[in-house]
Ligand binder design. Sequence first.
Ligand code: AP5
Length: 334
Amino acid sequence: MFQRGQNSATTFLKRCCSTGVAVPVQHSTASRKQLGAAAAAAGAAGLAAWAVSPPHRLERSSHCADGGTLISAGVAAVVGGFGGYYLGTGKTADKTQTKYETYWPRKIMMVFGAPGAGKGTQGVKIVEELGIPQLSTGDMLREAVAAGTDVGKRAKEVMASGGLVSDEIVVGIIADRIKADDCKSGFILDGFPRTLAQAKTLDDMLAKKGEVVSLVMAFDVDPRVLEERICGRWMDKTSGRSYHVKYAPPKSMKLDKDGKLLTESMKDDVTGALLYQRADDTAAALKKRLDGYNTQTVPILDHYLPNGIVQHVDGGKPLDQVWVEVQTKMGRVS
Ligand code: AP5
């Protein structure tokens, strides 16, 4: 199952307290210092012991042969010390990671907003920042449709028309997905929950493990700009990366002499694969999607408001400015 963005070991270690997600960097830095000092002390102690031991007293080191042996022993001690240091830091990082995964609560956040509000676009950046996966029910359902599974067959038409897939299907998908290994430190929900019933089921599911949703990041965008965003969007099937003819064009994009888009030039920046437009990215389907969003999804914000975890972001600003606001708001609630 594909997921948007990357989840590298480096970003895991980069997570920091300001995001409310992690502490490993601080712990591992402290441990590294301690281990480095211990390793250096061990090396020095070894060298001193060698120097004062009967056959190798320092006064004898004035002889060339003994001096050479002393240097070799010194080099061995230093190499040993560094070896021990690196082995030690690796183990400490593993131990810290295990400790963190065992005792700290998972970061469970939602990206929330109307179709085209920027959930997918900003979600990928959050994945890179926090190192936790973005779970997009829309992506998972599209994958099921493409694979022709039972779920896909049941979801295909309702999705293309802009309607909502049944709560039972999406809850089932999410319940399985959040048990996966890569969700151990947390996850970002994108497009779920979409109804109050889904939100309540999610809360119950999490409560069984003593967990709660920690942050709802709501993107506010004037409905008038959504149609341009949706109808100009192109996507990469494999990664879920999204582009826009005007705001985020792929590097390969070309226009003909009349300024018309050459669709065959729309290729993914990373793999070069041809991009596609979603079946529901039409003005007609958008109208239905927006109706569903306003009547069924928006009430979810009121549901989470009393928990003090809802943060609003002005999603109508240019991409980079939205990202700055997202980062600021991520640090505000944990
Ligand atoms: P889903 O895939 O979740 O679609 P959606 O919620 O309608 O959201 P979008 O993916 O369209 O919008 P986005 O906010 O991610 O926008 P993006 O960042 O790409 O769901 C699809 C369907 O699946 C549903 O209709 C339903 O049928 C079904 N479904 C899914 N989950 C379900 C659930 N829980 N229950 C029931 N049914 C479910 O941005 C859009 C474009 O704008 C891009 O081209 C981007 O480059 C551009 N853009 C983004 N930000 C900016 C900016 N700041 N400035 C300029 N351009 C921007």
